[in-house]
Write a protein that binds this ligand. Structure first.
Ligand code: PEP
Ligand code: MN
Length: 332
């Protein structure tokens, strides 16, 4: 049995009470709060749930108690959940300041609520462009103050975290979804996290990564399906459309889709995006570049601003039609 204490509570009083019952207790520090692990004795949970220090009691048999029971608000200044799609857009990598600032303003004018852009890139080949690093972060901060939009940036290393103070949504990339020590380092910052699914991960493994984040202090996790690895090679990955409703059966955390990395080519981004909205995705993260053919990373899959504008209109149209026909999930 686990007792998860409130963020401001300390464990001393409870420890005394538990030890007075001769219970074996292990004390854990999880981000900025304490948790007590008690061997056996599920029947004591009600008694201990009454202590004011205790936020939640769960059994060691619960697989993802925080993910399954999550019921807070998703707070973003530019997006109200349930009132339209969440649009996150921007280049794979932020490469040149002036081009990026212009693109950021164009995206804002179209209606995007969050800007994305890579600074430190996680590349498969060590010879590929690794990102502009801190310089790109500075340009992202400039774009944030110019447009008033929040920014979402991937974190690849715990050592970079001091540079991310003004980043609004921390992105954990597909390659790092199961870097549990990175998750434990990111979560106590208390910022929302966009968690990509590792292409090799089952839904359960993906949600366990989200459980790490919630346990260590992340207020909400934006789950992002971005394609998994299958035997099929015609697109870069296989977008697991079924994962969207499957995850929504297990958690109220928001789920969005990334058609850009799943497709790997610009001309398949729109069909995958529309399919994801049809399946219930609450938003999209899309790569858009001022001149895709000149992009230093993921050139083949990035959209021009005109292609993005068309996708934006078509996906919103599907969302609007579907939300006019809101219905409860089908019953057997
Ligand atoms: C990205 O969003 O730039 C990225 C690298 O995506 P993924 O982690 O899904 O490959
Ligand atoms: Mn990319």
């Amino acid at each position: 049995m686990w007792l998860l204490l409130r963020a401001e509570a300390t464990p001393e009083t409870l420890l005394q009470a538990l030890r007075a019952e001769s219970l074996e207790v292990r004390v854990h520090r999880l981000g900025d709060r304490w948790a007590l692990e008690i061997q056996g004795n599920g029947h004591l949970s009600e008694a201990f749930a009454r202590y004011e220090e205790v936020e939640r009691v769960f059994s060691t048999h619960d697989i993802q108690p925080l993910v399954q029971q999550w019921s807070h608000n998703v707070e973003l200044p530019t997006w109200q959940r349930g009132k339209g799609l969440l649009w996150i857009a921007g280049p794979c990598s932020v490469e040149r300041k002036a081009d990026f600032l212009r693109l950021a303003q164009e995206l804002r004018a179209i209606g995007v609520q969050v800007l994305r852009g890579g600074a430190f890139k996680a590349r498969t080949s060590p010879y590929s462009f690794q990102g502009m690093g801190q310089e790109a972060l500075d340009w992202l901060f400039e774009a944030k103050s110019l447009t008033g939009l929040p920014i979402c940036v991937e974190v690849v290393s715990e050592t970079h975290l001091p540079l991310y103070e003004h980043v609004d949504i921390l992105q954990i990339g597909a390659r790092n979804m199961d870097d549990y020590w990175l998750l434990k380092a990111v979560a106590p910052l208390g910022k929302p996290v966009l968690l990509k699914r590792n292409p090799q991960a089952t839904i359960e493994e993906w949600l366990l990564a989200a459980e790490y984040l919630l346990l260590y202090g992340t207020p909400w996790v934006l789950l992002c399906e971005r394609g998994i690895r299958t035997f099929e090679r015609s697109l870069r990955y296989t977008m697991d459309i079924g994962a969207i409703p499957a995850v929504q059966r297990k958690t109220r955390l928001p789920v969005i889709a990334d058609p850009s990395h799943a497709a790997g080519r610009w001309d398949f981004v729109e069909p995958l995006a529309l399919a994801a909205i049809g399946a219930g995705s609450e938003g999209l993260i899309v790569e858009v570049h001022p001149e895709p053919l000149k992009a230093l990373s993921d050139a083949a899959q990035q959209l021009t601003i005109e292609q993005f504008q068309r996708l934006y209109e078509r996906a919103n149209a599907i969302y609007t039609v579907l939300s006019r026909h809101l219905s409860e999930p089908l019953q057997a």
